[in-house]
Design a binder for this molecule. Structure first.
Ligand code: DAH
Length: 343
């Protein structure tokens, strides 16, 4: 084979090379561009070519070298693109993507904790409807007919068939349902959502959550109520928590009290959350009014009981220091993800 034929053959080989894959590309590089490449042999042979043809052959070999270089660059680019698409470099040992776990809602975490704390001293869990009638939300709870809490401003009234119904304004309605359906002794808590016709702001919402508590038996005293609430406060906020009862009024309890817990944030030293009082209001409570027992056909001469009601958002606010009520219902995952370690 003479030099011209060899050049033609190599040219054809370069042109038809398919430089797919790192190995093929490297073989090509060694053959045509490496330190002992095949073109070097052609330059050797050029020496024995007659002088007048040397220039032409020299140019042919040079253009062959350029062709090989172009082809190599092209091959490099092709393989780089392929790698980017992950076609030729798959790492089979790479661990799979982690499955993202969801988080419990902070209000669910607090509600579950409340259920657990009262469960340990024998309280069961009971639930009632969110759409409630006047009897269970108001009348059986000793609200006089003209009581302002029934006012349109506080309560969402709705029509359900012939009957006027309301979205319950508190979970106290479940007390009545439990008393109607169960015989004492009764020890139960009722968690649930409640509704009030309020403008939404950082401090108020048209719906929020409460946990109601009810204990009915013979000889239940105010001391039992106080001790039960102290137990709760210390389980929820830590063993050094203290409580304080202030006289108050609710239609369904007599006597009634509002309960403060010592400020867990400043350790009662005074801060803007407790408004420099060292105390935080957490719930309302009292001895079940005899009228309420009678409404549910429980004899107030035989039985007595206590009741209490607390806001879940309020407890969550104190435990998690979340000041703005709206965050609890906005479903912002950046907010919710912060509770991933809670359960
Ligand atoms: N129902 C009251 C409210 O929504 C809270 C409450 C106060 C519940 C005293 C009770 C209680 O059971 O005894 O503000």
């Amino acid at each position: 084979m003479n030099l011209k034929e060899k050049i033609e053959e190599l040219k054809a080989e370069i042109n038809s090379s398919k430089l797919k894959g790192e190995e093929v590309l490297e073989t090509f590089r060694i053959k045509f561009l490496g330190s002992k490449n095949i073109l070097k042999g052609l330059y050797q042979e050029l020496k024995s070519v007659p002088n007048e043809q040397k220039k032409d052959f020299g140019q042919l070999i040079n253009s062959l070298k350029n062709l090989a270089e172009e082809k190599f660059e092209e091959g490099k680019k092709l393989n780089a693109d392929k790698n980017q698409m992950g076609q030729s470099k798959i790492d089979h040992s790479r661990p799979a993507e982690k499955v993202e776990l969801g988080a419990r809602h902070p209000l669910a975490v607090i509600r579950n904790e409340i259920i657990e704390i009262f469960g340990r001293i024998g309280f069961s869990v009971s639930e009632g409807p969110e759409i409630e009638d006047d009897w269970h939300n108001f009348s059986a709870l000793n609200f006089p007919p003209e009581h302002p809490a029934r006012d349109m401003q506080d309560t969402f009234f709705i029509e359900k068939g012939e009957k006027e119904m309301a979205l319950r304004t508190h979970t106290s309605s479940v007390q009545v349902r439990v008393m109607e359906n169960e015989k004492p002794p009764i020890r139960t808590i009722s968690p649930g959502r409640v509704y009030r016709n309020e403008a939404i702001s950082a401090r108020a919402h048209c719906f929020f959550h409460q946990v109601e508590g009810l204990y009915i038996d013979k000889n239940v005293s105010f001391a039992d109520l106080k001790q039960t609430l102290l137990y709760f406060a210390q389980e929820m906020f830590g063993g050094s928590a203290e409580i304080r009862l202030r006289p108050s009024y609710f239609p369904f309890t007599e006597p009634s009290a509002e309960v403060d817990v010592s400020c867990t944030i400043c350790k009662s030293e005074g801060c803007n959350v407790c408004k420099y009082t060292g105390w935080l209001e957490i719930l309302g409570c009292g001895m079940v009014d005899p009228n309420v027992l009678e409404s549910a056909n429980i004899d107030p001469k035989v039985y007595s009981g206590f009741a209490f009601g607390m806001g879940v958002e309020r407890i969550a606010q104190l435990k998690y220091r979340v000041g703005d009520l709206r965050l609890y219902s906005e479903n912002d995952v950046r907010f919710l993800n912060q509770f991933k370690s809670a359960y």
